[in-house]
Structures are given as structure tokens and as C-alpha cells.
Design a protein around this ligand. Sequence first.
Ligand SMILES: Nc1ncnc2c1ncn2[C@@H]1O[C@H](COP(=O)(O)OP(=O)(O)OP(=O)(O)O)[C@@H](O)[C@H]1O
Ligand SMILES: [Mg+2]
Length: 478
Amino acid sequence: MENTLPFMGYHGSAGQEGMSQMGLGMAIAASMVVMTMFQQFLLTHLRGYVELFLRKLFKSLDPNVQIRFGDDDNGGPKNHEAYAAVETYLSSKCSDQAPRLKANSVRDIKTPVLCIDVGEGVDDEFNGVTVRWQLGEEKEQGESYRGSRKNRYYTLTFRKSNRKMVVGEYLRHVMEEGKAAAASNRQLKLYSNSSSEHGSNWKYIMDFDHPAKFETLAMEKEKKEDIIDDLIRFSTGREYYRRIGKPWKRGYLLHGPPGTGKSTMIAAIANLLSYDVYDLELSAVLSNATLKRLVNKIPCNSILVIEDIDCSSKITHQRERNTPNQGEEKKEKILETVTLSGLLNCIDGLFSANDGGRLMVFTTNHVEAIDSALLRRGRMDKHIEMPFCGFEAFKVLAKNYLGIEEHDLFGKIEGLLKESSVTPADVAENLIARRGEGEDSGDDCLKKLIEVLEKSVQQVLDKKGEGKREEIESDPSL
Ligand SMILES: Nc1ncnc2c1ncn2[C@@H]1O[C@H](COP(=O)(O)OP(=O)(O)OP(=O)(O)O)[C@@H](O)[C@H]1O
Ligand SMILES: [Mg+2]
């Protein structure tokens, strides 16, 4: 023990010095650790603050504002809608500015959408303000089962001083123009219920590529302009219909003899508004309930067409059903009807949503045979008479078919058209020149037409004469 103590004592004094040195070392080491931690802290936390501060400082000095339009899935379909509208809007701008362009094929769009390449930009001017659009690309965060994906985005850059105008008016203009351009470039489709079982479902029939246009439709100029005006006001009337609290729908009735252009006008309307056509075959529908379901399935921005409404508004279907009766199979006849009231209900309760316009077009050869309940405004808002061919309509056809705007025979034709009852279809048929050997000239076609008109005038006179004779014969006082 004794030995141990001096030994320990000896070692004790030398150990004290060593201990103090050790303490110093430890203190230095600890301070170094603290310093390193502090440095780390500064680097990680403070650097963040410094960076943020600097970014804010630069931002406040930066005279520009940027808005990003991404095509990422996370933003949902609305995000994609805005991105697509921007892309279509820029398609026309970039074709004459960008050195490199990409052509994107988009589903249901007839011609490819041109867009700038990643990293490229395009300038646009609106109300005297210049803005710049740039296309960027970034890797999507995280890996999915499809591997890493790249998301594209457009960045809109503009001066801070123009913020109000750009965020308000300009972006509205971009969205509207982009959507309108996409709509007018859309491949139209024709649907019908006629080929589905019991007419109960809409079926895609074909792409709707009818060439009819209002410019080539034979009709008085003023009347045509009034119809176009009405259609445009309807199709752009979202706010108006919302304001007056009415569903965004409009009914047209086209009436007139066969061959006066009713079906042709429906095609011209579809092309003008870029609406799909839903051709409802009423005679194929077995019940009012089915009719209602069909009508309610029609999407916005489409036309519901019911042709020959006079023939199809009172239809009775008979079908046989097997019903077990005391062990025997007994045939029972069931009468199902699509009634006028069913149709009226459909029209009235129809299209309550305001997400887009729906147009209904009815046609008939016998307007006098249609129930007045169906004719009233609100159901059929605009009645358009498609008459026999007048001189103005003839001039449109002569220009379309023969490329003739003036001719010596026009005067004679004008007089004959006043007295005859020929349809634009009859006139068109006579203006189609025979091709090949012995090809018809414009003169030949007009002469051929004059013969047809003279015959028609004679028929009209004969009919009038017959009428008069019948009148005289049936009048006992004469
Ligand atoms: N107003 C018109 N303008 C231009 N072409 C017309 C006009 N009317 C008729 N036609 C020509 O006549 C053809 C028949 O016309 P359309 O099928 O549109 O007549 P419709 O009134 O629908 O007849 P229906 O009552 O028999 O159904 C068309 O393909 C078109 O070439
Ligand atoms: Mg027709």
C-alpha cells in the first residue's frame, strides 16, 4: 500500500501536469468539434438563409416576373389543359420566329401542332406589351415503374410593371385563342343511335368530313349572315347564358321541301362551330326513358340532329315478350311509345349543365304538321325556312359550280326563277358540267337550266289552272 502511495504520489504530480495538458487537448478538440459543428450549422442553415436573402434581394432587383405552365400529371387535367392551350396558341406564333420547330401529332387534331424546341423561346406582343415564352424540361422527381420521366413546361416572362395586364387580359386571351384554335383544328365525328340495339346507345359512325360551308350554301345573303351571327353569338355565349340563368342550348328548326339544303346546312353549322354531330334516329328508340338517356349523354359542343321530325314524333313500337303463365310460356304484346310529350320533356330538361353549348337541329318537310307545342320558342328557338331556289341562291350555285358571277342569261333566269318551283338541288344538278368529250361550257349548263325552269313554270301554271277549274266546278253559284 505504502509503496503504492508514493508511487502513486510520484506519478500523481507528473500525472497532474499530464492531466492539465490532456484537459487542454480535450478542450481544443472539443472546441474544434464545436467549431466544425458551428461551421456545419452555418453552412447548412445560415447558407440557406443567406441564399434566400440574396435570392430575395436579386428578385426585388429583377424587373421581370415569370409564370410557369407545366405539363406534369400532378397538377391534374386542368394543368394539362392550360399547357395544351399555350402550346396551340404558340403554334401560330412560333412558325415564323423559331429557328427549330417540332411537329406534334395530337389525338383528334387534324394537322400537327408546331412547337418550339426545349431551350428555345418565342416573343409575343399584346396591347403593346412584349412577353417571352420559353420551353423547358426537367426530370420528374422519383422513379416510377415507367422509369424516370421528363416533364416539359412553358415559362412566361414579362415586366413587373405589366403584371396586371398580363395576368388578366393576356392570359385570358392566350387560353381562349388556344382553345379556339384547337377546336377549329379538331377532327369532327358523326354518331348515331340507329345501328345500336333498340337504338339505345350512341355509336361512332365515322369521321365527319362533310365539305359544306356557309360560303357555298345557296341562300339569300342577309338571311345567311343572320344565321351565322346567331350561331356565333350562341357558341360564344357562355357568360351570357350564365348571366340570364338559362341552360346553354339552342334549338333550330329547318323546314322546306326536299332538296332545299336542310341537311347541307347542318353540315355547314357543324363545320362552322367545330361541333360533333349526334344524329338521333327516333324511330329506332323504344321508349321515352331511352330517349331521355340518349339525349342526356350528348356531350357539350355538339349538335343533336333529329331529321324529319314530323314523321318521327309519334312512334309506336310493338315487341313480344315471353311471360311464364302457370307453367306455360305465353306471348305478351307490349306497346312502347316515344311520344311527343316524351320528346318535349327531353328537350326541356335537357342539358342542364353549363359546361358548353348544345345545339339541337330539327328538320321537316311539313312544318304545318308539327305540333305547336314543339314549335314554340325555347324548344325551337329559331325557325329557318329553306325555300325553293331564288335568284340570290342561284348566283351562289353558279359561282360554286361554274365560276360565273355575271352572264347575259342571268336576267332571263331571274325572271323564270320567280315563277317556278325548283329546289337548289335541281339547279345544282343542272349546273354540274359533263366532263370529258363534248364537255359542257357554262353557256350549255345555263341553257339546260333555262329549259328545266321553263318546264317548271309551265307545271306551276298548269297546277294553278287546275286549281281554278276545280274551284269553278265546285262553286254551285257558277
Ligand atoms: N341551299 C343549298 N345550297 C347548296 N347546295 C344545295 C342546297 N340545297 C341543296 N343543295 C344540293 O342538293 C343536295 C341535296 O340537298 P340536301 O340533302 O341538303 O337537301 P334537304 O333539304 O336535306 O332534303 P331532304 O328534305 O330530302 O332531306 C345537296 O347535296 C347539295 O349538293
Ligand atoms: Mg335532308
